[in-house]
Design a protein around this ligand. Structure first.
Ligand code: GLY
Ligand code: MN
Ligand code: MN
Length: 511
């Protein structure tokens, strides 16, 4: 299937019009009149308030509180071309999803605008009134209906009407054609300042930039980075609904891991066994959720020492440890991020078990310090103490370097075998809240409601001459998703076995 286009004469054709060389759109009046007629009245989509909608009121209020008096523009993002007239499946920007509660593929080109109003007189007593600008479903007498491959009902299905969007989100919905005037209103000399979440929609960004230029920029004005930062920081502490969605994402992910274990016999037989693992997990993610939250890492044997091995085209050899790092993103777009390193034959070898235990001990040490009041960086430090100690014990650190030397800022030799960090926040984005300020992230203090990963690992490459041969070609990572509670933490992925003997028993039970 490809976009319908009119046939035009070669001599009047520019390069932008080349697509018309390969397909025809009927242009006759007879066709147009016929295709636009004889349709039953449209069935209502009948959308009702999403489960997220009530929670988004306080999220928008929190944003309003941080940036009073400024017009805040949060685009969903536009469709991204894969090639020519073929788009990638749409996923909204996470700031937009968070503030509107919209998930799955809603809604390309939509823009949430928080219009500043008199202090405290906005939505729910906030300093802003929210309006969602959307491209509603076109009527059947509009060519878009049958001729627009990007937006037309014939091509991509019926989009929600303005009333549908209002019902779904609880936010006033307006036609996207009103966006330009709405953004321009009162901008300029002593008037309203505009901030836009960058990186989501180039066209909206350019529009905002243009309006600001016309108005004459105030040098001291806040920049867009501030809005990006605030929308990221708003998500550091999850609300009740978000935690429930994280639990859901983890539960679906655990099922995906179980499906992979059941598929292991087939994977071991296939010339691209890692792909059997990937597609089993990804298929489960599509069936039970929206998608995967990031590209699945299915890395067997030496491939497990490549941290983001997503080519996944390798064979699974007898005796391998298979590192599976996968996360199901549920329809609300929250994702899990879990890793298990599995002995493909059901039992770890002695050296695999030794490495596994070191990583597990590091993870347990990180769990032990994860509680309100601790610093985010303490979690990593606790894991690193264990990793450095084991590497010293095994004699892998350079001559004369102790674990304590390695742990010093000017040492860090242990990181040769774990170059990544131990933890990152998790939520709508797999690396959530990434634009938060350092003092709230790396130097931040843990609070109830924060969700992050604990994921130490050890990776010994096949050509690593600094370790004995028996260690080479083995990579182990153990990754769990952690919720900070009032008095400690909860391992959200605890239902997935973690200890070596529990993994072996679990694999045997699924065989
Ligand atoms: N799956 C990517 C990560 O663990 O951060
Ligand atoms: Mn992770
Ligand atoms: Mn991961």
């Amino acid at each position: 299937m490809s976009e319908p286009t009119t046939t035009s004469q070669p001599d009047e054709q520019g390069t932008a019009d080349r697509g018309s060389n390969r397909s025809h759109r009927p242009a006759s009046t007879a066709f147009k009149n016929f295709v636009m007629s004889q349709w039953a009245p449209r069935a209502e989509l009948g959308l009702t308030a999403s489960a997220a909608a009530p929670h988004t009121v306080s999220r928008r209020a929190a944003l309003s509180e941080r940036l009073p008096g400024v017009r805040l523009v949060i685009p969903a993002g536009s469709l991204k071309t894969r090639s020519n007239d073929t788009d990638y499946r749409f996923r909204p920007h996470s700031a937009f999803a968070h503030l509107t509660g919209l998930g799955t593929d809603r809604e390309p080109d939509a823009v949430l605008v928080l219009h500043p109003v008199e202090s405290g007189s906005g939505d729910a007593g906030a300093n802003h009134h929210a309006v969602l600008y959307v491209r509603p479903l076109a009527p059947r007498d509009n060519e878009e209906f049958y001729a627009d491959a990007r937006y037309g009902e014939f091509w991509v299905g019926a989009r929600p009407s303005l009333a549908d969007v209002e019902a779904l989100t609880g936010i006033e919905a307006r036609h996207i054609d009103e966006l330009g005037d709405a953004l321009a209103k009162d901008v300029g000399d002593g008037g309203v300042h505009l901030l836009v979440v960058t990186g989501a929609d180039d066209a909206v960004e350019s529009l905002v930039e243009e309006l600001r230029l016309e108005a004459g920029e105030d040098e001291n004005a806040l920049t867009d980075e501030k809005l990006v930062e605030v929308t990221s920081e708003l998500r550091l502490v999850k609300d009740e609904y978000e935690i429930e969605q994280m639990r859901e994402a983890v539960a679906r992910t655990i099922e995906g891991f179980e499906a992979v274990i059941r598929a292991l016999p087939a994977a071991k037989e296939h010339r691209r066994g890692e792909r059997v693992v990937e597609t089993t997990f990804d298929g489960h993610a599509r069936l039970e959720g929206n998608a995967v939250g990031y590209e699945t890492i299915a890395a067997s044997g030496e491939h497990a020492t490549t941290l983001h091995w997503i080519r996944n085209d390798g064979e699974i050899h007898p005796g391998d440890v298979l590192l599976l790092d996968g996360g199901v993103e549920v329809d609300s777009l929250y994702t899990a991020d879990v890793t298990r390193s599995l002995p493909v034959d059901g039992e770890y070898s002695d050296v695999q078990r030794k490495i596994y235990q070191a990583v597990l001990d590091a993870a347990d040490a990180a769990f032990a310090v994860s509680r309100p009041g601790a610093k985010f960086r303490d979690v990593h430090a606790a894991a690193m103490e264990v990793i450095a100690a084991r590497l010293e014990e095994w004699g892998f650190l350079p001559d004369g370097v102790t674990a304590a030397d390695a742990l010093a800022d000017d040492g860090q030799q242990h990181r040769r075998w774990m170059v990544h960090g131990t933890s990152h926040h998790l939520g709508l984005d797999v690396h959530d809240c990434a634009q938060a300020r350092r003092e709230l992230y790396l130097d931040g203090v843990l609070e109830p409601g924060m969700v992050f990963t604990i994921e130490p690992g050890l990776y010994f490459k096949a050509d690593d001459l600094a370790v004995p041969e028996e260690f080479r070609g083995i990579g182990v990572r153990i990754e769990d998703d952690v919720l900070i509670t009032a008095d400690g933490n909860e391992n959200l992925s605890a239902a997935l076995p973690r200890r070596a003997e529990d993994i072996e028993a679990w694999m045997a039970s699924l065989r």
